[in-house]
Design a protein around this ligand. Structure first.
Ligand code: NDP
Ligand code: OXD
Length: 321
């Protein structure tokens, strides 16, 4: 019996997202199954049983009458959830050790960068200024992580082991060794009041859109050795009110920001973020998806599913993540 085809739809991203590269990885791991690289492949839509996608255009997935599973090739599914014509089949997202480790590297790098006053030290170097500032222990800094899911939990654990006082905020109650856990809107303010460095690893949903705004920044702690609080957003650009971030950096409500994601990507050339002295900017590559790892992850899930096993990391469409 011929195996149902897998349609591959990849739009945009770093060179890691080269569609040809994904096609060759999927060809390697999908033995006996045709892998159709869209939009160029010629095919009968009825043959497609699986779709592996990154940022498909709205409506692109609605054309397959026999689709069984959609695999998102990244962790965040906001682009898919915005597609009103998305077929009503299980939607699987990425939650694998490789991606998690990359995000933890990003979070630890940026927390340490602000904690160790790197922006100031690099500026001193450029100006040939020998001007050490007093240094403090990690234990003097409270890091607060919004989103205690796959990514937030791992980053929290590594930061805790580095000596930071770590708390996290989630939708439902969580218990994690050594991490102060807060949840729900009722506990958000208490979480913010104790936070010096805020890390955002939330998914973008109707509930979280623009959550990072002036009202939230004003509740962060201002009495740490850092002086003003710092925000690090590697979730999604839609989580942040960008005008508020800029104003809060300029009036001192925030002391610095590390941003990996933006309302518009690629970030427009005239965005003030590019040149703002208090912004450490990266181009949405905090944690890139690795085609080798993820093609294997998808192929294994399909094999298990076809043997009657359960799919892992299925998105709850009602929650939106
Ligand atoms: P998970 O689904 O595992 O975790 C999401 C966390 O956010 C959970 O703890 C969840 O709470 C919490 N959450 C969701 N909605 C709310 C809410 N309304 N209020 C409070 N907490 C909420 O996701 P991941 O950790 O795998 O990924 C998080 C996000 O990171 C992705 O959605 C994606 O946008 C982004 N990402 C960015 C990358 C980059 O390179 N910049 C790379 C990969 C991912 P609960 O535990 O109760 O469910
Ligand atoms: C993801 C991403 O969601 O790369 O995986 O942003």
């Amino acid at each position: 019996m011929t195996k149902g085809a897998l349609a591959l739809l990849v739009h945009g991203g770093t060179d890691n997202w080269s569609p040809q590269r994904w096609k060759s990885r999927f060809d390697d791991v999908c033995e006996g199954r045709s892998v159709l690289l869209l939009p160029d492949a010629s095919f009968d839509p009825a043959d497609v049983h699986y779709a592996a996608v990154w940022k498909p255009h709205p409506g692109e997935l609605a054309v397959f009458p026999n689709l069984r599973v959609i695999f998102n090739l990244g962790a965040g599914v906001d682009a898919l959830m915005a597609d009103r014509s998305l077929p009503d089949v299980p939607l699987v997202r990425v939650a694998v050790g490789d991606l998690t480790a990359r995000m933890t590297e990003y979070v630890v790098l940026h927390v340490l960068m602000h904690h160790r006053q790197e922006p100031y030290l690099r500026e001193s170097q450029r100006e040939k200024r020998w001007a050490p500032k007093s240094q403090w222990a990690a234990g003097a800094i409270s890091v607060g992580i919004m989103g205690l899911g796959t990514l937030g939990t791992d980053a929290a654990d590594v930061l805790r082991r580095l000596g930071f006082r770590v708390a996290g905020w989630s939708r439902s109650p969580r218990t994690i060794d050594g991490i102060e856990c807060f949840h729900g809107e009722a506990q958000l303010e208490a979480f913010l009041r104790r936070t010096d460095i805020l890390v955002c690893l939330l998914p973008l949903t109707p509930q979280t859109r623009h959550i990072l705004d002036r009202g939230l920044f004003e509740k962060l702690n201002r009495t740490s050795p850092l002086g003003a609080p710092v925000v690090i957003n590697a979730g999604r650009g839609g989580l942040q009110n960008e005008a508020d971030i800029l104003q809060c950096l300029d009036d001192g409500t925030l002391g610095g920001a590390s941003l990996d994601v933006y309302a518009t990507e690629p970030l427009p050339a005239d965005s003030p973020f590019w040149t703002h002295p208090k912004v450490v900017l990266t181009p949405h590559n905090a944690a890139d998806t690795d085609p080798d790892e993820i093609s294997k992850y998808v192929a294994q899930q399909i094999a298990r599913f076809e043997e009657g096993g359960a799919l892992e990391n299925v998105v709850d469409r009602k929650r939106g993540y």
